[in-house]
Write a protein that binds this ligand. Structure first.
Ligand code: SF4
Length: 324
């Protein structure tokens, strides 16, 4: 049976597929953002137009002077750092009344860029410095929501980054849906169905999360949920490595090794080796195991989120080819 997903709430730069609010009155097209639309709730923001800048407007840039970064108009040099910081602080304070499961911000923008924003020594004609930084709004977001998944639309064209981001936002939205129940049984169910997903991300944190659900330290239920959320974020922040995926797949293989033929075993192990050697994608050995889960009607494994970590309609094998 297909899994039913909670809709994650995602903060999005408004100029991506929503409004032509960029400095040159254009809008950014993004296939990923369009495909996500039916599956998430977007909250859009354009920090530059929200502080009252016109559309179109003069471009902005970040000027670095010693330890200080300033947001200024590229030509006139007018400094709007304080205005942007004040807006970011107020906007993010208001936002904290809602659950946010992730953010997708516009790459390279001096306001929204998360890590690859050019810096300059001065306004006017000057070459970009080698140092890259974050945009002012993005920096405030990361400070306020250090554990929340954040990406830019450019990085999401990379297959591995996209799969990791989708897995995180849909798992966190699922967790938030049981968080308010404060029910230990719901938490145990959550831990159980995510066991192999978490094993692929972080076996160490999987153990800690298991201990929390067993509650050997007699914490009260609110403390358990708070600690669980903290370690869940830590676990999911790790992208699964081929080594961890192989380890997790071997655990799953253990369920069937006595029920399958010798040829099936060889076929699976050959594919696992090809995956470890990066000759086939992770989905190949995982699909073989999934077929056995269905064939042998293993109820416990049928429920494992590793087989559908996010809506299958979002699976897209295209890749920017730029590496990670
Ligand atoms: S990058 Fe951010 S500030 Fe710039 S136009 Fe887009 S939403 Fe507005």
């Amino acid at each position: 049976m297909a899994r039913i997903f909670e809709k994650p709430t995602i903060l999005l730069s408004k100029c991506i597929e929503h409004e032509p609010c960029r400095y040159d009155k254009t809008m950014i097209k993004s296939e990923v953002i369009r495909r996500l639309m039916p599956y998430v709730k977007y909250i859009t923001v354009c920090p530059e137009s929200d502080i009252g800048l016109p559309i179109p407007r003069q471009a902005l840039r970040i000027i670095v002077a010693g330890e200080d970064s300033k947001l200024v108009f590229s030509k006139s040099g007018e400094d709007i750092t304080d205005k942007m910081k004040e807006f970011s602080h107020e906007f993010l304070e208001d936002l904290s009344s809602q659950e946010i499961h992730g953010a997708i911000l516009k790459s390279r923008s001096p306001s929204c860029g998360i890590k690859d924003v050019k810096t300059y020594k001065s306004c006017g004609k000057s070459c970009a410095l080698s140092k890259k930084t974050s945009g002012l709004f993005a920096e405030s977001f990361i400070e306020k929501y250090p554990d929340t998944p954040i990406e830019d639309e450019g990085r999401l064209t990379n297959y591995n980054i996209r799969e990791h981001f989708f897995t995180r936002i849909f798992t966190l939205a699922d967790f938030k849906s049981i968080k308010d129940s404060k029910s230990i049984n719901e938490l145990i169910k959550f831990q159980s169905k995510n066991k192999y997903l978490l094993m692929a991300h972080s076996p160490g944190n999987l153990k800690i999360l298991g201990k929390l659900t067993a509650n050997n330290s007699n914490l009260d239920i609110t403390e358990i949920f708070d600690a669980y959320e903290c370690y869940l974020n830590k676990a999911l922040a790790n992208r699964p490595s081929p080594m961890r995926n192989v380890n997790m797949l071997l655990h799953l293989f253990g369920y069937f090794s006595k029920d399958i033929t010798k040829d099936e075993k060889v076929f699976f192990l050959d594919n696992l080796e090809s995956y470890a050697d990066r000759k086939v994608p992770f989905s190949v050995p995982l699909a073989i195991i999934h077929a056995w889960v269905i064939r042998f009607e293993n109820e416990y494994l049928l429920n494992q989120t590793i087989f559908e970590a996010f809506p299958s309609e979002l699976i897209e094998v295209t890749d920017s080819g730029k590496g990670l």
